[in-house]
Write a protein that binds this ligand. Structure first.
Ligand code: KG4
Ligand code: ZN
Length: 354
Protein backbone atom coordinates (compact mmCIF):
# COMPACT_ATOMS: atom_id res chain seq x y z
CA UNK A 1 0.00 0.00 0.00
CA UNK A 2 1.22 3.50 -0.84
CA UNK A 3 2.06 5.79 2.09
CA UNK A 4 -0.75 8.19 1.19
CA UNK A 5 -4.16 6.83 0.38
CA UNK A 6 -7.84 7.42 0.77
CA UNK A 7 -10.40 4.95 2.18
CA UNK A 8 -14.13 5.02 1.56
CA UNK A 9 -15.92 3.20 4.43
CA UNK A 10 -19.45 1.81 4.39
CA UNK A 11 -21.35 0.74 7.52
CA UNK A 12 -24.63 -1.17 7.19
CA UNK A 13 -24.64 -3.74 9.99
CA UNK A 14 -27.89 -2.72 11.70
CA UNK A 15 -30.17 0.30 11.56
CA UNK A 16 -27.80 3.04 10.44
CA UNK A 17 -26.33 3.54 6.98
CA UNK A 18 -23.01 5.30 7.32
CA UNK A 19 -20.47 6.34 4.69
CA UNK A 20 -17.20 8.18 5.23
CA UNK A 21 -13.93 9.11 3.61
CA UNK A 22 -10.68 8.93 5.58
CA UNK A 23 -7.25 10.00 4.31
CA UNK A 24 -3.95 8.44 5.35
CA UNK A 25 -0.75 10.49 5.03
CA UNK A 26 2.38 8.60 6.01
CA UNK A 27 2.51 7.50 9.63
CA UNK A 28 0.19 10.23 10.99
CA UNK A 29 -3.20 9.29 12.35
CA UNK A 30 -5.71 8.99 9.49
CA UNK A 31 -7.92 12.05 9.09
CA UNK A 32 -11.67 12.09 8.51
CA UNK A 33 -12.49 14.04 5.32
CA UNK A 34 -16.27 13.72 5.38
CA UNK A 35 -18.99 11.43 6.64
CA UNK A 36 -22.73 11.04 6.24
CA UNK A 37 -25.24 9.02 8.17
CA UNK A 38 -28.83 7.98 7.74
CA UNK A 39 -30.58 6.59 10.80
CA UNK A 40 -33.52 4.25 10.29
CA UNK A 41 -34.75 4.74 13.85
CA UNK A 42 -37.96 6.46 12.83
CA UNK A 43 -38.87 3.63 10.45
CA UNK A 44 -38.33 0.90 13.06
CA UNK A 45 -40.01 2.84 15.87
CA UNK A 46 -43.44 1.73 14.71
CA UNK A 47 -42.40 -1.89 15.37
CA UNK A 48 -40.69 -1.30 18.71
CA UNK A 49 -37.35 -2.59 17.40
CA UNK A 50 -35.26 -3.27 14.32
CA UNK A 51 -37.00 -5.25 11.56
CA UNK A 52 -34.08 -6.88 9.67
CA UNK A 53 -35.77 -7.10 6.25
CA UNK A 54 -36.80 -3.43 6.37
CA UNK A 55 -33.30 -2.48 7.49
CA UNK A 56 -31.71 -4.19 4.47
CA UNK A 57 -34.12 -2.56 2.04
CA UNK A 58 -33.49 0.85 3.50
CA UNK A 59 -29.70 0.47 3.34
CA UNK A 60 -30.13 -0.20 -0.40
CA UNK A 61 -31.99 3.09 -0.78
CA UNK A 62 -29.46 5.15 1.19
CA UNK A 63 -25.98 3.87 0.53
CA UNK A 64 -25.21 5.37 -2.90
CA UNK A 65 -26.78 8.79 -2.25
CA UNK A 66 -24.80 8.96 1.01
CA UNK A 67 -21.63 8.04 -0.91
CA UNK A 68 -22.26 10.88 -3.35
CA UNK A 69 -22.90 13.24 -0.45
CA UNK A 70 -19.61 12.29 1.21
CA UNK A 71 -17.57 12.66 -1.99
CA UNK A 72 -19.20 16.02 -2.65
CA UNK A 73 -18.47 17.25 0.87
CA UNK A 74 -14.84 16.09 0.62
CA UNK A 75 -14.52 17.63 -2.85
CA UNK A 76 -13.28 14.33 -4.23
CA UNK A 77 -14.08 12.17 -7.23
CA UNK A 78 -15.01 8.52 -6.81
CA UNK A 79 -11.96 7.60 -8.92
CA UNK A 80 -9.71 9.11 -6.25
CA UNK A 81 -10.80 6.50 -3.69
CA UNK A 82 -7.95 4.01 -3.21
CA UNK A 83 -9.68 1.39 -1.04
CA UNK A 84 -13.33 0.60 -0.40
CA UNK A 85 -13.98 -0.72 3.12
CA UNK A 86 -17.21 -2.21 4.44
CA UNK A 87 -18.52 -3.79 7.63
CA UNK A 88 -18.15 -7.53 7.19
CA UNK A 89 -19.68 -8.43 10.56
CA UNK A 90 -21.00 -8.93 13.13
CA UNK A 91 -24.52 -7.74 12.41
CA UNK A 92 -27.71 -8.55 10.52
CA UNK A 93 -26.83 -10.78 7.56
CA UNK A 94 -29.05 -9.06 4.99
CA UNK A 95 -28.03 -5.59 6.12
CA UNK A 96 -24.33 -6.50 6.00
CA UNK A 97 -24.76 -7.91 2.49
CA UNK A 98 -25.96 -4.53 1.21
CA UNK A 99 -22.79 -2.73 2.33
CA UNK A 100 -20.55 -5.61 1.23
CA UNK A 101 -22.25 -5.85 -2.17
CA UNK A 102 -22.07 -2.13 -2.87
CA UNK A 103 -18.46 -1.88 -1.66
CA UNK A 104 -17.35 -4.78 -3.85
CA UNK A 105 -19.27 -3.48 -6.86
CA UNK A 106 -17.61 -0.07 -6.43
CA UNK A 107 -14.20 -1.69 -5.97
CA UNK A 108 -14.63 -3.91 -9.03
CA UNK A 109 -15.82 -1.09 -11.25
CA UNK A 110 -13.04 1.27 -10.11
CA UNK A 111 -10.37 -1.43 -10.19
CA UNK A 112 -9.62 -0.68 -6.53
CA UNK A 113 -9.17 -3.18 -3.67
CA UNK A 114 -11.74 -3.78 -0.94
CA UNK A 115 -11.45 -4.59 2.74
CA UNK A 116 -14.04 -6.14 5.09
CA UNK A 117 -13.88 -4.60 8.57
CA UNK A 118 -14.95 -5.91 11.98
CA UNK A 119 -17.72 -3.66 13.30
CA UNK A 120 -16.45 -3.78 16.89
CA UNK A 121 -12.93 -2.91 15.82
CA UNK A 122 -14.53 0.13 14.21
CA UNK A 123 -16.08 1.12 17.55
CA UNK A 124 -12.84 0.33 19.37
CA UNK A 125 -10.75 2.58 17.12
CA UNK A 126 -13.34 5.37 16.81
CA UNK A 127 -11.76 7.42 19.66
CA UNK A 128 -8.75 7.87 17.34
CA UNK A 129 -11.02 10.16 15.30
CA UNK A 130 -11.39 12.57 18.20
CA UNK A 131 -9.16 15.56 18.91
CA UNK A 132 -7.97 13.86 22.11
CA UNK A 133 -6.86 10.57 20.52
CA UNK A 134 -5.55 7.82 22.82
CA UNK A 135 -2.18 6.07 22.63
CA UNK A 136 -1.57 2.33 22.93
CA UNK A 137 -1.69 0.38 25.20
CA UNK A 138 -5.02 0.85 26.93
CA UNK A 139 -7.96 -0.91 28.53
CA UNK A 140 -11.06 -0.69 26.35
CA UNK A 141 -14.62 -0.80 27.60
CA UNK A 142 -16.69 -1.68 24.56
CA UNK A 143 -20.36 -1.12 25.30
CA UNK A 144 -22.74 -1.40 22.38
CA UNK A 145 -26.23 -2.71 21.75
CA UNK A 146 -25.01 -6.25 21.21
CA UNK A 147 -21.68 -6.42 23.03
CA UNK A 148 -20.13 -5.62 26.39
CA UNK A 149 -16.44 -6.38 26.63
CA UNK A 150 -13.38 -5.29 28.53
CA UNK A 151 -10.21 -5.61 26.51
CA UNK A 152 -6.52 -5.06 26.74
CA UNK A 153 -5.46 -3.29 23.55
CA UNK A 154 -1.74 -3.21 22.73
CA UNK A 155 -1.99 -1.98 19.16
CA UNK A 156 -4.07 -2.25 16.01
CA UNK A 157 -5.26 -5.85 15.81
CA UNK A 158 -3.77 -6.75 19.19
CA UNK A 159 -6.84 -7.31 21.29
CA UNK A 160 -7.10 -9.51 24.36
CA UNK A 161 -10.57 -9.98 25.80
CA UNK A 162 -10.42 -9.69 29.59
CA UNK A 163 -14.11 -10.20 30.23
CA UNK A 164 -17.48 -9.96 28.54
CA UNK A 165 -21.15 -10.33 29.13
CA UNK A 166 -22.44 -13.83 29.67
CA UNK A 167 -25.97 -12.83 28.60
CA UNK A 168 -27.41 -9.39 27.71
CA UNK A 169 -25.19 -6.51 26.66
CA UNK A 170 -25.28 -3.18 28.52
CA UNK A 171 -27.08 -1.54 25.58
CA UNK A 172 -29.59 -4.37 25.58
CA UNK A 173 -30.19 -3.81 29.32
CA UNK A 174 -30.93 -0.15 28.58
CA UNK A 175 -33.14 -1.02 25.60
CA UNK A 176 -35.11 -3.82 27.27
CA UNK A 177 -35.68 -1.89 30.50
CA UNK A 178 -36.77 1.15 28.50
CA UNK A 179 -39.24 -0.97 26.56
CA UNK A 180 -40.70 -2.31 29.82
CA UNK A 181 -41.21 1.25 31.00
CA UNK A 182 -42.95 2.16 27.75
CA UNK A 183 -40.13 4.39 26.53
CA UNK A 184 -39.96 2.88 23.04
CA UNK A 185 -36.97 2.15 20.83
CA UNK A 186 -34.07 2.80 20.98
CA UNK A 187 -34.32 2.76 24.72
CA UNK A 188 -30.86 3.88 25.83
CA UNK A 189 -31.11 7.57 25.00
CA UNK A 190 -34.78 7.75 26.17
CA UNK A 191 -34.09 5.99 29.47
CA UNK A 192 -31.04 8.13 30.23
CA UNK A 193 -32.98 11.31 29.44
CA UNK A 194 -35.78 10.37 31.81
CA UNK A 195 -33.22 9.30 34.42
CA UNK A 196 -31.99 12.91 34.61
CA UNK A 197 -35.05 13.85 36.66
CA UNK A 198 -35.16 10.65 38.72
CA UNK A 199 -33.57 9.47 41.95
CA UNK A 200 -30.92 6.78 41.27
CA UNK A 201 -31.26 5.46 44.83
CA UNK A 202 -35.08 5.17 44.74
CA UNK A 203 -35.10 1.43 43.98
CA UNK A 204 -32.58 -1.18 44.97
CA UNK A 205 -31.81 -3.10 41.79
CA UNK A 206 -29.27 -5.93 41.42
CA UNK A 207 -25.67 -5.28 40.36
CA UNK A 208 -24.95 -8.68 38.79
CA UNK A 209 -21.41 -10.10 39.12
CA UNK A 210 -20.26 -6.85 40.76
CA UNK A 211 -18.05 -8.70 43.20
CA UNK A 212 -17.19 -11.73 41.07
CA UNK A 213 -13.49 -12.42 40.78
CA UNK A 214 -13.51 -12.07 37.01
CA UNK A 215 -14.29 -9.32 34.49
CA UNK A 216 -17.47 -10.83 33.10
CA UNK A 217 -20.84 -9.08 33.10
CA UNK A 218 -24.42 -10.28 33.35
CA UNK A 219 -27.35 -7.94 32.71
CA UNK A 220 -30.23 -10.33 31.98
CA UNK A 221 -31.38 -10.42 35.61
CA UNK A 222 -31.57 -6.64 35.79
CA UNK A 223 -34.41 -6.28 33.29
CA UNK A 224 -36.36 -8.94 35.22
CA UNK A 225 -35.84 -6.99 38.44
CA UNK A 226 -36.96 -3.79 36.70
CA UNK A 227 -40.04 -5.60 35.40
CA UNK A 228 -40.94 -7.03 38.84
CA UNK A 229 -40.51 -3.61 40.46
CA UNK A 230 -42.48 -1.79 37.76
CA UNK A 231 -45.34 -4.31 37.89
CA UNK A 232 -45.50 -4.09 41.68
CA UNK A 233 -45.86 -0.31 41.45
CA UNK A 234 -48.43 -0.59 38.67
CA UNK A 235 -50.56 -3.05 40.69
CA UNK A 236 -50.39 -0.75 43.73
CA UNK A 237 -51.54 2.18 41.63
CA UNK A 238 -54.03 0.09 39.65
CA UNK A 239 -52.65 1.16 36.28
CA UNK A 240 -50.44 -0.07 33.45
CA UNK A 241 -46.66 0.33 33.86
CA UNK A 242 -46.55 3.00 31.12
CA UNK A 243 -49.28 4.93 32.93
CA UNK A 244 -47.28 5.25 36.17
CA UNK A 245 -46.62 8.88 37.18
CA UNK A 246 -43.66 10.37 35.32
CA UNK A 247 -41.75 10.89 38.58
CA UNK A 248 -42.02 7.16 39.41
CA UNK A 249 -40.92 6.14 35.92
CA UNK A 250 -38.03 8.58 36.23
CA UNK A 251 -36.98 7.00 39.54
CA UNK A 252 -37.11 3.56 37.94
CA UNK A 253 -35.09 4.81 34.96
CA UNK A 254 -32.51 6.47 37.19
CA UNK A 255 -32.19 3.36 39.38
CA UNK A 256 -31.77 1.13 36.32
CA UNK A 257 -29.12 3.39 34.84
CA UNK A 258 -27.31 3.56 38.19
CA UNK A 259 -27.14 -0.25 38.38
CA UNK A 260 -25.75 -0.60 34.84
CA UNK A 261 -23.27 2.25 35.23
CA UNK A 262 -22.00 1.08 38.61
CA UNK A 263 -21.14 -2.37 37.24
CA UNK A 264 -19.44 -0.90 34.13
CA UNK A 265 -17.39 1.56 36.19
CA UNK A 266 -16.34 -0.93 38.89
CA UNK A 267 -15.30 -3.60 36.37
CA UNK A 268 -13.36 -1.05 34.32
CA UNK A 269 -11.42 -0.11 37.45
CA UNK A 270 -10.65 -3.77 38.16
CA UNK A 271 -9.43 -4.18 34.56
CA UNK A 272 -7.17 -1.13 34.95
CA UNK A 273 -5.84 -2.46 38.24
CA UNK A 274 -5.14 -5.99 37.00
CA UNK A 275 -3.46 -4.84 33.78
CA UNK A 276 -1.61 -2.00 35.52
CA UNK A 277 -2.56 0.29 32.62
CA UNK A 278 -3.28 3.99 33.12
CA UNK A 279 -5.47 4.61 30.10
CA UNK A 280 -9.10 3.73 29.45
CA UNK A 281 -10.91 3.95 26.13
CA UNK A 282 -14.70 3.77 26.07
CA UNK A 283 -16.46 2.92 22.81
CA UNK A 284 -19.86 1.88 21.48
CA UNK A 285 -23.33 3.38 21.75
CA UNK A 286 -23.58 3.23 25.55
CA UNK A 287 -20.38 5.31 25.63
CA UNK A 288 -22.66 8.26 24.84
CA UNK A 289 -24.29 7.89 28.25
CA UNK A 290 -23.74 11.03 30.33
CA UNK A 291 -23.87 9.32 33.71
CA UNK A 292 -21.32 6.69 32.62
CA UNK A 293 -19.00 9.43 31.35
CA UNK A 294 -19.38 11.53 34.50
CA UNK A 295 -18.66 8.63 36.82
CA UNK A 296 -15.74 7.29 34.79
CA UNK A 297 -14.26 10.79 34.56
CA UNK A 298 -14.52 11.17 38.32
CA UNK A 299 -13.03 7.84 39.40
CA UNK A 300 -10.32 7.93 36.73
CA UNK A 301 -9.29 11.47 37.68
CA UNK A 302 -8.92 10.28 41.28
CA UNK A 303 -6.55 7.54 40.09
CA UNK A 304 -4.59 9.51 37.50
CA UNK A 305 -6.09 7.44 34.66
CA UNK A 306 -6.69 9.12 31.28
CA UNK A 307 -10.10 8.35 29.74
CA UNK A 308 -10.86 8.72 26.04
CA UNK A 309 -14.21 8.62 24.29
CA UNK A 310 -15.32 8.87 20.70
CA UNK A 311 -16.93 12.19 19.84
CA UNK A 312 -20.55 11.99 20.94
CA UNK A 313 -21.95 11.73 17.41
CA UNK A 314 -19.51 8.89 16.61
CA UNK A 315 -20.44 6.69 19.61
CA UNK A 316 -23.26 4.93 17.81
CA UNK A 317 -22.85 3.25 14.42
CA UNK A 318 -21.29 5.31 11.64
CA UNK A 319 -19.17 4.99 8.51
CA UNK A 320 -16.25 7.01 9.89
CA UNK A 321 -15.27 4.26 12.32
CA UNK A 322 -15.28 1.66 9.52
CA UNK A 323 -13.13 3.81 7.22
CA UNK A 324 -10.85 4.54 10.20
CA UNK A 325 -10.43 0.89 11.23
CA UNK A 326 -9.62 -0.05 7.62
CA UNK A 327 -7.17 2.87 7.33
CA UNK A 328 -5.40 1.93 10.57
CA UNK A 329 -5.15 -1.76 9.65
CA UNK A 330 -3.73 -0.93 6.24
CA UNK A 331 -1.40 1.74 7.61
CA UNK A 332 -0.01 -0.63 10.27
CA UNK A 333 0.64 -3.24 7.60
CA UNK A 334 -1.29 -6.02 9.36
CA UNK A 335 -3.80 -6.19 6.53
CA UNK A 336 -3.85 -5.81 2.77
CA UNK A 337 -6.92 -4.87 0.78
CA UNK A 338 -8.03 -7.44 -1.76
CA UNK A 339 -8.97 -7.34 -5.43
CA UNK A 340 -10.97 -10.51 -5.09
CA UNK A 341 -14.54 -9.32 -5.14
CA UNK A 342 -16.20 -12.62 -4.15
CA UNK A 343 -17.38 -11.25 -0.83
CA UNK A 344 -18.97 -12.81 2.20
CA UNK A 345 -20.24 -11.45 5.51
CA UNK A 346 -19.92 -12.75 9.06
CA UNK A 347 -23.09 -12.08 11.07
CA UNK A 348 -21.32 -13.69 14.05
CA UNK A 349 -17.65 -12.84 14.36
CA UNK A 350 -15.77 -12.71 17.69
CA UNK A 351 -13.31 -9.83 17.86
CA UNK A 352 -10.50 -12.00 19.18
CA UNK A 353 -10.79 -14.14 16.01
CA UNK A 354 -9.26 -11.24 14.04
O1 KG4 B 1 -22.84 0.78 19.16
P1 KG4 B 1 -24.25 0.88 18.80
O2 KG4 B 1 -24.70 2.02 17.95
O3 KG4 B 1 -24.77 -0.39 18.08
C1 KG4 B 1 -24.27 -1.66 18.20
O4 KG4 B 1 -23.19 -1.94 17.61
O5 KG4 B 1 -24.94 -2.44 18.89
O6 KG4 B 1 -25.02 0.90 20.18
C2 KG4 B 1 -26.40 1.05 20.27
C3 KG4 B 1 -26.77 0.92 21.71
C4 KG4 B 1 -28.26 0.80 21.94
O7 KG4 B 1 -28.48 -0.25 22.85
C5 KG4 B 1 -28.63 2.15 22.53
O8 KG4 B 1 -29.75 2.09 23.36
C6 KG4 B 1 -27.38 2.49 23.30
O9 KG4 B 1 -26.33 2.08 22.44
N1 KG4 B 1 -27.25 3.93 23.59
C7 KG4 B 1 -27.28 4.43 24.84
C8 KG4 B 1 -27.18 5.84 24.71
N2 KG4 B 1 -27.08 6.13 23.37
C9 KG4 B 1 -27.13 4.94 22.71
N3 KG4 B 1 -27.39 3.83 26.03
C10 KG4 B 1 -27.39 4.61 27.12
N4 KG4 B 1 -27.31 5.96 27.08
C11 KG4 B 1 -27.20 6.62 25.90
N5 KG4 B 1 -27.11 7.95 25.89
ZN1 ZN C 1 -22.26 -0.71 16.70
Amino acid sequence: MAKDFCVLGIESSCDETGVALVRVSGASLPVLQAHALYSQIEMHQAYGGVVPELASRDHIRRVLPLTQEVLHEAGQALQEVDVVAFTRGPGLAGALLVGAGVACALGASLGKPVLGVHHLEGHLLSPFLSADAPEFPFVALLVSGGHTQLMRVDGVGRYQILGETIDDAAGEAFDKSAKLLGLGYPGGPALSKLAEIGNPAAFKLPRPLLHSDNLDFSFAGLKTAVMVQAKKLAVAQNCAVEALPKAVLADLAASTQAAIVEVLVKKSLVALRTTGLQRLVVAGGVGANRSLRDQLNRVCAQRGVRVHYPELHLCTDNGAMIAMAAAMRLQSGIETASEVYAFDVKPRWPLDAL
